[in-house]
Design a protein around this ligand. Structure first.
Ligand SMILES: NC(=O)c1ccc[n+]([C@@H]2O[C@H](COP(=O)([O-])OP(=O)(O)OC[C@H]3O[C@@H](n4cnc5c(N)ncnc54)[C@H](OP(=O)(O)O)[C@@H]3O)[C@@H](O)[C@H]2O)c1
Length: 131
C-alpha cells in the first residue's frame, strides 16, 4: 500500500515510516523538509496521488494557544480536501488520550478541533489516542 505520512520527519513520523517500510509498504514521508506543506498546500496533491492511506502525525511549530489552533484547523482542512480529491481510502491521525477532558489546554483544544474536522469529513478514518 502507498501510505503517506504527514510529519514523516518528526519524532513519531520517522519511526512510523521506518516500520511501515519494513512491513513492505510504500511509506512516503511528507513534510516541509520534503516539499510538502499542509498549511500552504504546497506539494500536497503530488504527495497524495495514488495514496491508499494518509497518516497525519504532523505537529505545530508553536504551542501558543492561537497558533496551535490555527495550525491544526488549517492543516487538517487542507489535508482533508487534498485527500478527498486524491480518493484516499483511509485517514489516520494521532491525537492525545483524554483530549476532550482538559478544555483549559490550548493544545488539547486544537487537537479536539482537528478530531472534529476529521470525523465530519466523510472520509473513512481512525483516530488514535496516545499519551
Ligand atoms: N510525541 C508524543 O509523545 C505524542 C503523544 C500523543 C500524540 N502526539 C501527536 O502526534 C503528532 C506528532 O507528534 P511528534 O512529537 O512526532 O511531532 P514532531 O516531532 O514535532 O514532528 C512534527 C512534524 O510535523 C511536521 N510539520 C510541521 N509543520 C508542517 C506543515 N506545515 N506541513 C506538514 N508537516 C509539518 C514537521 O516537519 P519538518 O520536520 O519538515 O518541519 C515534523 O515532521 C502530533 O499531532 C501530536 O499531537 C504526539
Amino acid at each position: 500500500m502507498k501510505i503517506v505520512v504527514i510529519g514523516g520527519s518528526g519524532l513519531i513520523g520517522s519511526k512510523l515510516v521506518e516500520r511501515l517500510g519494513a512491513q513492505g509498504h510504500e511509506a512516503v514521508p511528507a513534510s516541509p523538509k520534503t516539499g510538502v506543506n499542509t498549511l500552504t498546500g504546497e506539494g500536497l496533491a503530488e504527495a497524495l496521488a495514488g495514496a491508499d492511506v494518509v497518516v497525519d502525525v504532523s505537529n505545530s511549530p508553536s504551542f501558543e494557544d492561537t497558533a496551535v489552533l490555527e495550525f491544526f484547523e488549517t492543516s487538517t482542512r487542507n489535508l482533508l480536501a487534498a485527500a478527498t480529491d486524491a480518493g484516499v481510502g483511509h485517514y489516520v491521525a494521532l491525537s492525545v488520550v483524554g483530549s476532550d477532558r482538559l478544555p483549559d489546554s490550548g493544545y488539547l483544544r486544537a487537537k479536539v478541533a482537528q478530531e472534529k474536522l476529521i470525523t465530519a469529513s466523510g472520509i473513512p478514518y481512525s483516530l488514535v489516542h496516545a499519551t
